[in-house]
Design a protein around this ligand. Structure first.
Ligand code: ACM
Ligand code: ZN
Length: 762
């Protein structure tokens, strides 16, 4: 077997070596119409570029790319064109373009600089990667002949970056913008103010630079690690107005709008530390050094509004964007409840409560910005207490905010945690760098369906697009930002650009494998989990099987079941592995040179008495944390200790849960056990009331226990119920959700999440 496999590889490799160099035609995001022809254009240093004046900037971008990358030189005013930029008014979308490559010439057609720029980004991806880092030394380039007609699906294609939690230099912001431009993204949401640091120079308020831009120290490790430890190092920085202008201009030249976010009324502790009279208590809370949500928020009084209007005056000078993001998320109302001035304002304005006071706050700031010709975007909390009249909503706590806003005729931008929070883990590997939590693998981003259920076709017109968010609590440096952003932002770019019928994950992965070489040339520290193995339990009439899969199908998987590390002498994976008893599987992907490509995948399947049997749940798990569905609770596989978002955990938002397991026939059992996740920083609470009943085939109760949980591994609580040799047919577990998150905790006032893992029946 092994011998044959190697022989085949030798054959394939030698074919590759002898054949003509294959030009791979890959573009990300996938163009909406691409016809590849069996021919090529030869670009040389004597090729001539002719452009319409109206597309000059884009032509110059290409010329500069070629001159720097390939050392080709182009002079002005050629008569005959090898590459032509033609202004074509019949291309009605400003972001649309046609790109035709034949053996004679390359033709770019667009009706705007933006469209031509996108054509150049596509063409760029058809050129050798070596041009990206100026290592190309040949004197000609073969470009695959093809015809592309392209236009994006969504108007808002964004990426966000939080520079409050960690601060990143101007050079990096430009590098980030470059990547967004390459992916035809058009919006950079710059999250500039936070509890832990204020990052934009405001000339009228120097203490924002002197005080609010600096924190005394930073949390070490994860927020959930107790006790909290700090590094003792002063940390901070801010962008000068000159730097901001430079970045806005840099982005604009790449057809990217920079939307600044100035947070209010919450996430404003750094500003209050600089100007304590802006808070309700007048006390100085200090610039925050922990992550999370803080109670010191702006007090809605005249001095505060004057301060914020002054700040916005300076911000508007720097940012030409129509939209200004005013935050609005995570503003605890504790201070307002206990503040005389706030309560007097509630009375004076005839408001119902503090939520309506927040609405008053946002509406007033919206009025100010509207009067300057701008529009606001706010996080979905701005729906609470009534939406400001013209606001656009960024839906992050799920898609409910988007549905509610669109139904009220407001524009929405989709950034749900489930598909757009790139601060979540992207792999279940234990070696992943520390992240905030959750689990958002590449494939899940790729399968993001932007239009939420429950919207009519007309209402769905209000969905402008989507945005990937990078909150940087756990991204200390640029490398880590790149690792979390890419390749997930690439998947999102395709979701936003390419029509659904043309999207195919397998094809995307192939293009991404190739695109990685471009990112290598660009020195992007992308994450690579393409070869990682995934396993899945399947049961049918023939028994229970375990299936292995790698995203990259072209390389074989080898596996061992005796505890040893897999190598080419192990079993080659061909068909799903039959599971008759407890089984440990270790597997890895290898290439033709016997090099291990993937990390080692390991799974232990415990064949307890409920595996492959029937299970019913009283409520469906939340769509975004549905794991492998109810059967995942009895598939013999335990979830990760660290990642409640993996496919073994099921999440329920605010719901009580009843589980009924049917063993099919009376079966002797002695123990029932399961686990609950407990991470209050992520709004996840283990339940306190759980009832476990064991029934016979007539559904008579054999025994019933009020179970108590005991601490398990970090963030996990264990449940174990012992029953003596009972002949059981059914097991019924009744779980009461924790309920509402108490004041003073992350997510106070929201429903708690309940997460449950495998139910072992032994
Ligand atoms: C958010 O993640 N607080 C918008
Ligand atoms: Zn107040």
């Amino acid at each position: 077997m092994k011998f044959l496999y190697l022989m085949l590889l030798v054959f394939l490799t030698s074919c590759q070596n002898q054949g003509p160099t294959q030009i791979i035609s890959t573009i990300l995001p996938q163009p909406n119409l691409q016809k590849i022809n069996n021919d090529h254009f030869v670009l040389t240093s004597s090729s001539q570029i002719v452009y319409d004046e109206r597309l000059k900037e884009s032509a110059l971008f290409l010329i500069e790319f070629l001159e720097q990358g390939a050392n080709f030189r182009f002079s002005e005013n050629y008569k005959t064109a090898d590459i032509e930029f033609i202004f074509d008014a019949s291309i009605s979308e400003t972001s649309g373009y046609h790109l035709t490559i034949s053996s004679e010439k390359i033709s770019v057609k667009a009706s705007s600089e933006m469209g031509a720029f996108y054509a150049v980004q596509s063409l760029r991806q058809l050129l050798p990667e070596a041009l990206e880092n100026q290592t190309f030394t040949e004197n000609k380039i073969l470009i695959q002949a093809q015809h592309i007609e392209d236009v994006p699906q969504f108007a808002y294609r964004g990426m966000h970056l939080d520079v409050g939690r960690h601060f990143f230099p101007v050079a990096f912001i430009k590098k980030y913008i470059d990547m967004l431009a390459l992916l035809k993204m058009n919006t950079f949401h710059w999250h500039l103010t936070e509890d832990q640091g204020w990052r934009i120079e405001i000339k009228k308020y120097p203490k924002l630079q002197e005080v609010a831009a600096w924190r005394d120290e930073t949390l070490i490790g994860h927020y959930n690690d107790m006790p909290h430890q700090f590094d003792g190092k002063r940390y901070g920085g801010y962008y000068t107005q000159e730097e901001v202008k430079e970045i806005v201009a840099y982005a604009s030249a790449r057809h990217i709008t920079v939307i600044p976010e100035i947070e209010m009324p919450g996430h404003s502790q750094a500003a209050i530390a600089a100007y304590p009279h802006l808070g309700c208590t007048g006390e100085n809370p200090g610039v925050a050094k922990l992550w999370g949500v803080f109670e010191d928020i702006y007090c809605p009084k005249e001095e505060t509004f004057a301060f914020l209007e002054d700040i916005l005056d300076e911000v508007l000078e720097l940012f030409p964007s129509e939209y200004i993001h005013i935050g609005g998320d995570e503003a605890p109302k504790t201070r307002w409840k206990n503040c005389e001035s706030c309560q007097a304002l509630i009375k004076k304005e005839g408001l119902k409560d503090e939520h309506e006071l927040q609405s008053y706050f946002i509406t007033r700031m919206e009025g100010y910005l509207n009067s300057k010709g701008r529009q606001i975007i706010g996080w979905d909390e701005i729906l609470e207490g009534g939406l400001a009249p013209n606001a656009t909503v960024m839906s992050w706590r799920g898609v409910e905010g988007a549905v509610a806003a669109a139904k009220q005729g407001h524009k929405v931008i989709m950034t749900p945690t489930s598909h757009c929070y790139f601060d979540y883990y992207q792999s279940e590997n234990d070696t992943e760098p520390l992240a905030i939590g959750g689990f958002l693998p590449l494939e899940k981003v790729y399968h993001f369906n932007l239009i939420p259920e429950g919207l009519t076709a007309e209402e769905s017109q209000f969905v402008l697009g989507a945005q990937g968010n990078l909150w940087t609590e756990y991204m200390k440096d640029e490398k880590q930002v790149e690792y979390m952003a890419f390749p997930r932002a690439i998947a999102l770019s395709e979701v936003l650009w390419t029509s659904e019928e043309l999207r195919n994950y397998g094809d995307f992965v192939k293009r991404l494998e190739h695109f990685q070489e471009r990112m290598d040339a660009l020195d992007i520290n992308y994450a690579n989990h393409l070869y990682e193995i995934k396993g899945e339990i399947q049961s049918n009439e023939n028994g229970i099987f375990f299936q292995l899969k790698s995203e990259s199908n072209s390389n074989p998987i080898f596996y061992a079941t005796d505890g040893s590390e897999p190598n080419l002498l192990s079993y080659k994976y061909e068909n799903a592995i039959s599971v008759a008893e407890d089984l440990n599987i270790k597997a890895a992907v290898f290439d033709e040179n016997e090099k291990q490509l993937s990390s080692i995948f390991e799974e232990t399947i415990k064949m307890h008495k409920a595996v492959g049997k029937k299970i019913e749940l009283s409520v469906e798990p939340s769509k975004v944390y549905s794991g492998s569905g109810a059967v995942g609770l009895i598939n013999g596989i335990q979830g990760s200790d660290k990642r409640y978002g993996d496919k073994e955990w099921l999440g329920f938002w605010g719901d009580d849960l009843e589980i009924l397991i049917d063993l099919g026939a009376e079966t002797e059992i002695n123990k029932i056990s399961t686990r609950f996740y407990d991470a209050i920083g992520q709004w996840i609470y283990a339940p306190s009331i759980i009832e476990v009943a064991v029934l016979d085939s007539e559904r008579n109760n054999l025994t019933k226990h009020n179970a108590t949980l005991v601490d398990g591994r970090k963030n996990v609580k264990n449940l174990e119920v012992r029953v003596e040799n009972l002949d059981a047919r059914y097991i019924h577990i009744n779980i009461k959700n924790y309920g509402t998150i108490p004041d003073g905790s992350q997510g106070a006032g929201h429903k708690a999440w309940l997460f449950i893992d495998e139910v072992f029946v032994e």
